[in-house]
Design a protein around this ligand. Structure first.
Ligand SMILES: [Zn+2]
Length: 318
């Protein structure tokens, strides 16, 4: 349980600086501190925060060269809050039964072909059929008979053999002779009464960029991940009311979800506007989730971004 949990920093009074997991791995493990010494380390994270800033003694930063870097990665919340222990495999940090089930399931099942089948390029109805085939759960006569249904069976493609998954997909000459792959697939799908949903024609919509009002700055932001989660990055362009370019940023984010990348774009834009005293900022994003997160202050953003998000909201509000 504790191996899969992480502390979200609040005031730091409940977190053991060395032995609790609050910056990715317990620091005592990162620096290979022997077990006998670990037990006597009782300092809290709050002992190393002063006036809302990290305050590490020089003796420590000299002895552990990487310590300062690791600690600086963690955002200290500007508003007073309590420390929270979170489940690190969910975005909300909360653990419910379905998350626990999914987590345990991952440890046992590694179906290397699952990704090939559940692919966005394959129609879901076909993915579903392939999935059932791999588990031998296609409702063929053979499977029905195995379940105790007494019935005479005949392949309706060749009218010769007993209908089984193996026969239909690999043996039956009639299914092989079909003129093309897609026609053959169509016949097989029809045979199993699988309905086919052709892809919808994309709807074209005109989108126009509008400049901000005088004394306002507009920032167009975007974030993307290659895979979800995957290698992610975000960026943004600031323009004034004459549509002139003022500033831009692009930031690699490592491994993140596309939602996290979109949030990071918004936070970076606000942070930049804040340090440059651009008080009238118009953020434009194509992410409805980010817009929702702004509209509803109760929205729980991913725990690893939560402190930074609240600080950005605080900086962005007048
Ligand atoms: Zn046949």
């Amino acid at each position: 349980m504790f191996q899969n949990s992480i502390w979200l920093l609040g005031n730091g009074e409940d977190i053991n600086f060395w032995n609790d997991n609050w910056c990715g791995t317990p620091l005592s493990d990162t620096f290979n501190i022997p077990d006998q010494i670990k037990q006597s380390l009782s300092s809290k994270v709050s002992d190393y925060i002063f006036n809302g800033q990290w305050n590490l003694p020089c003796q420590l930063t000299h002895q552990f060269s990487n310590l300062s870097f690791l600690v600086q990665q963690i955002t200290i919340p500007n508003e007073p809050s309590n420390d929270k222990l979170l489940w690190k495999h969910t975005d909300t940090g909360e653990l419910n039964l379905s998350d626990a089930y999914r987590f345990k399931l991952q440890q046992f099942q590694d179906l290397h072909w699952a990704k090939l089948i559940w692919n966005p390029d394959i129609p879901p109805s076909k993915s579903c059929l392939a999935w059932r085939l791999m588990h031998n759960k296609v409702p063929t006569d053979e499977n029905l008979m195995l379940r105790g249904c007494a019935l005479p069976s005949m392949c309706s493609l060749c009218n010769k053999n007993v209908e089984s998954s193996f026969h239909i997909f690999f043996e039956c000459n009639n299914s092989k002779q079909s003129s093309s792959n897609s026609i053959r697939d169509f016949i097989v799908l029809k045979h199993f009464k699988v309905s086919i949903h052709p892809p919808k024609i994309p709807l074209l919509k005109e989108v126009l960029w509008q400049p901000p009002l005088v004394n306002w700055i507009k920032c167009n932001i975007d974030g993307a991940a290659k895979g979800n989660p995957g290698i992610a990055a975000c960026g943004g362009v600031f323009r004034n009311s004459d549509a002139n370019f003022i500033f831009c940023f692009a930031e690699p984010l490592g491994f993140a979800s596309s939602y996290q990348a979109e949030l990071c774009a918004a936070m970076t834009a606000i942070e930049i506007a804040h340090t440059r005293n651009w008080h009238n900022l118009w953020l434009e994003t194509d992410s409805t989730l980010v817009v929702l997160a702004f509209k509803n202050s109760n929205t729980k953003v991913a725990w690893n971004l939560r402190n930074r998000w609240h600080n950005a909201i605080l900086a962005g509000s007048p």
